[in-house]
Every structure is written in C-alpha cells, then in structure tokens.
Design a protein around this ligand. Structure first.
Ligand SMILES: N[C@@H](CCC(=O)N[C@@H](CS)C(=O)NCC(=O)O)C(=O)O
Length: 228
C-alpha cells in the first residue's frame, strides 16, 4: 500500500482519498466519486498480496476491507459501502447518488444493504474465500456451492426489482446501479450466465457501463468493459 496513510493517524488527508483494489467492490465508490466530479486521490490496497490485512492498513480500517474513504478534517477513514454512499450523497447532493430523503432513500439503502450483505458477504465472500468458512477440500467445495446459490438468489432478486429500462431507482443512475454493475461483473468468475439468465440486469449493466462516470472509473483502474 502506497500513498496517503489517512485513517487513524493524526495526519488529516488533504483531499478525499479512496482506498481500493482493482475491480473490487470499491469500484462502485470510484464510479460515485466520478459521478460527483469529486477531487480525490486513491491508494491501492493489493488484497491478493495480503495488504488489506497488513498492520499499516488495519490502522486505516480495522476491518481490513476496502473501500475506505479518508475525508479531509477527519482523523478516521470511513468504511462500509452503505455508509460511504450515504455520506457522499449528502456531500455531493447534485450527483444523484441516493434519493434525497423519505421512503425512496430508504428503499435505495435497503437495496444496497441486500447487495452488500446477501450477494457480497454471504455469496461472493465465501465463494472467493471458502477457506475462511470451512476447513478441508470437501467442506470448502460445499461452501462454494452454497455461496454460489446465494449469489444466484441475489441476482434473482435484482432481476425481480428492475424494469426494462432506466435505472434501479428510476430514470437516473444511483449508487445502487453502480453496485449492481460491480457485483454483476464478478459473475464472470462463476458458472452463472448473467446475460442469459438475468437479462434485465445485463441490460442495466450495459447502461451503467455506457455512463461517463463508469468509463472514467474503468480507465483509472485499467479495467476492460464487460457488458453489452
Ligand atoms: N462490508 C464491506 C465489505 C467490503 C469487502 O469485503 N471488501 C473486499 C474487497 S471487494 C475486501 O476488502 N477484502 C479483503 C479481504 O477479504 O482480505 C462493505 O460493504 O464495504
């Protein structure tokens, strides 16, 4: 991990700083920062090299996870996608990251929470790292099979909530769409056929991918396009 140490240090960050890894869930926050036109720096945390669990990064985010967002004037970085989007939506109200208030905002947070807890934490988490959930090859294969079913169930829920056009929360893109896009990209690492089995979700991913904020975020992480 290089760059701004942010987090639980006395040193305040001078501008927003996104702790991320390439193509990780932090990509959704990067798309949001691009949508907001935010002036931000970034620090890569190479998860496969163990940097998310390294003492230096655990000072930034004791959970050992990206994304974290260091915020000027704060001595602790902010972790957890749902909280980061909530803060960014208030900081950049014109970016449309979340509905401004009321039941629509609650519905967006509900959707984001489902994505983070069901698809990510109960699905992709154990699918990618079964060794954290079971010991032994057979048990880990079982974990992967179950977690794959959870991902598929999450995708089914997304498909059920989407219309045939527009975005998840209406006519304008929001953080919900950015995370559907990110978690949808990860489907390529599984046997799940997103385009065939979840056509509304695949079409939404293509619409999100065509947005300038997504193009800018992909370019910054050196990632290929994947949708439509
Ligand atoms: N609940 C967290 C989960 C974040 C998370 O699991 N991030 C992954 C990358 S997509 C990570 O940092 N993994 C590091 C590790 O497992 O060591 C959130 O929603 O922000």
């Amino acid at each position: 991990m290089r760059g701004d140490t942010g987090g639980r240090t006395r040193r305040l960050t001078e501008k927003l700083n996104l702790y991320y890894d390439r193509a990780a869930c932090s990509l959704g926050v990067r798309i949001a920062l691009e949508a907001a036109g935010a002036d931000y720096a970034d620090t890569r945390v190479a998860i496969r090299k163990g940097e998310a669990q390294a003492p230096e990064y655990l000072k930034v985010n004791p959970a050992g996870r990206v994304p974290s967002l260091a915020i000027p004037g704060e001595t602790e970085a902010l972790g957890e996608l749902v909280a980061i989007f909530s803060w960014l939506a208030e900081r950049f109200p014109d970016a449309g990251l979340l509905p401004p208030s009321g039941i629509e905002r609650a519905r967006a947070l509900s959707f984001l929470s489902m994505l983070a807890t069901h698809i990510h934490a109960s699905g992709f988490g154990p699918f990618f790292r079964p060794q954290r959930f079971a010991a032994g090859d057979e048990a880990q294969k079982d974990v992967q099979a179950q977690s794959l079913a959870t991902v598929a169930d999450g995708y089914r829920q997304i498909e059920a909530r989407l219309g045939s056009d527009g975005f998840a929360m209406g006519a304008q893109p929001s953080a919900v769409d950015y995370m559907i896009y990110v978690y949808g990209r990860w489907g390529a690492a599984t046997p799940i056929k997103v385009a065939e089995d979840y056509p509304r979700m695949a079409a939404l991913m293509a619409r999100v991918e065509a947005l300038p904020q997504t193009k800018a975020a992909l370019e910054k992480e050196g990632l290929p396009t994947v949708a439509g």
